[in-house]
Design a protein around this ligand. Structure first.
Ligand SMILES: [Zn+2]
Length: 477
């Protein structure tokens, strides 16, 4: 009991508080006990033990601002209750708390209403309901707004570090270049009620998730998919996707944890990451034109081969979501080899009325016995297709028959106009089955192969005439 009247301690505390400019705001009468219980309730200097003599029901009341909140059997219990309560508060916020109300222990007696003494624990509970200590805490401020209050600057700093680490990816292929807050983040010293003071866990959860709790998650079991999980928890698959921006919900793995609700971060953490990867350089295809090769034909003159490059990327993420990706450096490890293709020269005739622009091979026989171009007996204006007498000869494209009949060295001959200045000729026929002026479709029989006119042996002389000039039919077939 000797420790109760220590006026000097109180005066010291008052001085400290005065220095902090708090004396006017808070009428601090009882000051905290340090975490070391040895220096028990140093500040209870104003606790007066008023002697009220009435033997049988004599006890001690704990007074808060002159109002009795509990009565215990003896002064020791009263002191234990007060000390115990204060020291529990100290422990909870890991530093010294202050009580702004006046606490006294007064000799008292039981009444008709209060017939029994309270235990120390009961007295502590009653104190807790009446007394809210304050603490010199630390507020985490984001853009000037207080978000959470924790016990000390050390705790605040550790919480901020945890928040940053929350967004550092656990991925060995990523090098972390920087982790910083996008917002203005400060830790400010602030007097706060102990009830406002949150634990490091609560504070970190709040800053990351927007709630003091951890975000509800679900662990994937065999046979589950996002759709089934969404139905089970009564959320939409869109909400699930939003709550798991880094997870491909189409490719869930057993034991993978997914969030069931979205977090609403109170703070923005920017992570700058570097990723080095080896990528394939796809080969390019380069086309060349060969005017002597048949249209539509393609010859690969060089095989394409993919290359390899080492790419250094910088990724910028805000709260885990990528906002920027840039290529810092590229090293070609192996160059790609172009694929080279030669295309047949004869370009198809675009948008002609009548014909399709592509010519059919005009008969069933395939062997060319004489090509288009110069030959010993002058210029050959078409190709000769060697075949049997009577083989069908058909229109190479749709068009209008412009000539049928005998035509000098050509013998029996058919000319078909396909529009856009293109005409085909079928010569040395043995018979003709269309008449001048009739329309023919591509592939329609126009006559039979023969050897009429200036011809040796049965064959079809086939000509392509564009704007009055013959062209190599192989460019169109
Ligand atoms: Zn010929």
């Amino acid at each position: 009991m000797g420790s109760i009247n220590k006026q000097t301690s109180l005066e010291e505390k008052k001085t400290v508080l005065h220095d902090k400019g708090l004396t006017k705001k808070l009428r601090i009468c009882t000051l905290a006990v340090g975490s070391a219980l040895a220096c028990v309730l140093i500040a209870l200097s104003v606790i007066n033990i008023n002697q009220v003599v009435e033997n049988s029901k004599k006890g001690y009341s704990i007074m808060v601002n002159d109002y009795p909140v509990a009565i215990v059997a003896n002064a020791e219990d009263a002191q234990k209750a007060v000390e115990g309560y204060i020291s529990e508060q100290n422990k909870a916020v890991e530093q010294e708390v202050y009580v702004s109300q006046r606490l006294d222990i007064t000799e008292d007696k039981l009444t008709e209403e209060q017939t029994e003494f309270q235990t120390v624990d009961e007295a502590k509970a009653l104190l807790a309901a009446r007394v809210t200590p304050i603490v010199n805490a630390s507020a985490i401020m984001v853009n000037g707004k207080k978000q959470v209050t924790v016990g000390s600057k050390e705790v605040a700093d550790s919480v901020l570090e945890r928040v940053k680490n929350h967004y550092v990816p656990n991925d060995s292929t990523l090098e972390v270049l920087d982790v910083k807050f996008r917002n203005k983040v400060e830790v400010a010293s602030a007097w706060a009620s102990v009830k406002e003071v949150e634990t490091a866990d609560e504070a970190a959860n709040y800053l990351v998730n927007g709630t003091n709790d951890t975000i509800a998650t679900h662990k994937i079991v065999e046979g589950e998919n996002a759709w089934a999980i969404a139905i089970h928890y009564g959320v939409s698959t869109a909400e699930l996707a939003a709550a798991n921006p880094d997870i491909d919900l189409e490719k869930l793995k057993i034991d993978q944890k997914i969030n069931l609700v979205s977090s609403k971060p109170m703070i923005e953490v920017v992570t700058v990451l570097q990723k080095v990867s080896v990528n394939t350089i796809p080969y390019k295809t380069v086309y060349a034109t060969d005017r002597s090769a048949p249209a539509g034909s393609q010859t690969v003159t060089q095989k394409g081969q993919n290359g390899k490059e080492e790419v250094t990327l910088q990724l910028v993420r805000v709260n885990g979501n990528e906002v920027n990706r840039s290529r810092l450096n590229t090293v070609v490890l192996e160059a790609a080899v172009d694929k080279k293709v030669t295309k047949g020269a004869a370009v198809t005739v675009a948008s002609r009325s009548g014909g399709s622009g592509e010519l059919l091979w005009p008969t069933s026989a395939k062997r060319i016995s004489s090509y288009y171009g110069s030959r010993s007996r002058g210029f050959h204006t078409g190709i000769d297709i060697d075949g049997n007498y009577g083989n069908s000869v058909w229109a190479a494209d749709s068009g209008t028959v412009t000539f049928t009949g005998w035509s000098g060295g050509y013998g029996y001959c058919v000319l078909i106009s396909h529009g856009n200045g293109m005409v085909t000729r079928y010569a040395h026929l043995s018979s003709i089955s269309v008449s001048t002026g009739s329309s023919v479709s591509a592939g329609q029989t126009v006559g039979r192969m023969g050897s009429s006119g200036n011809s040796t042996g049965s064959h079809l002389h086939f000509e392509v005439i564009v704007n009055g000039c013959t062209r190599n039919p192989l460019g169109y077939l």
